[in-house]
Design a protein around this ligand. Sequence first.
Ligand code: NAI
Length: 246
Amino acid sequence: TTQESIAITDLEGRAAVITGGAKGIGLAIAARLASLGMKLCLADTDAGALEMARETLAPLVAGPEDLRVEVVDVSSLEEVRRLKDVAYGAFGEVALLVNNAGIESSGMKPWDGPEAWDRILDVNLMGVVHGVQAFTEAMISQDAPGAIVNVGSKEGITTPPGNAAYSVSKAGVKVLTEQLAHELRQIDGCRVSAHLLVPGFTFTSLTARGRTEKPEDAWTPDQVAEFMLEGMSRGDFYILCPDNSV
Ligand code: NAI
């Protein structure tokens, strides 16, 4: 499925908001977008990692006012609405929203109790819903085009057993993103597109599990950021990183 999408060449000087942007895939996407001349607003629960991300990214952006970091928990709609106000207040518009924040649920059974389900669904699924709720109308109303990239997972498509809540949350992100793309296409003259980024196995703090060396078959976060840009420039709805493992 392809759709009309924002031209990558038009991102220079425009703003991107990245949730879970302090580490891993989100941070790599931020660095890649900064190298294209974008202004950035990173949102994350990890305040310490946000400060480190600020140091990493500062040399890549044009000036200090082009980089904002915000402590935001995406499971709270109120906090994501505040994030939208901060981003629009600072930059006046948003070219790209990347709903990337996510957590894991290893080794859980479908019948495990609410403590195994609630946080995963609140962050991985409702966090993306909140991003869509808070930003979509503003992005449609602004003069310039925009794109919303939601980060799913292969586990939300092939749903291998073992991480019930994670698979369900990522399947939800896939369906939500399909619905969003459909609705945006129904709106006359709408220049906001939606995309589902499916990273594949990527070496980050989410998957490291004590390993310090990247497994050979794992992507680096930088590679995933590159796959995202390539997919967006093709106008792909499904941005699937090439198969690299389960
Ligand atoms: P990571 O753990 O390195 O980075 C995730 C970031 O999200 C962290 O900085 C974390 O503090 C932040 N975060 C967690 N909960 C949050 C919340 N409630 N509000 C705001 N920020 C929050 O993980 P990674 O690997 O970079 O994951 C990024 C996304 O990619 C996640 O959605 C993950 O499910 C997805 N993904 C990762 C894969 C992998 O192999 N690493 C494979 C498929 C999908």
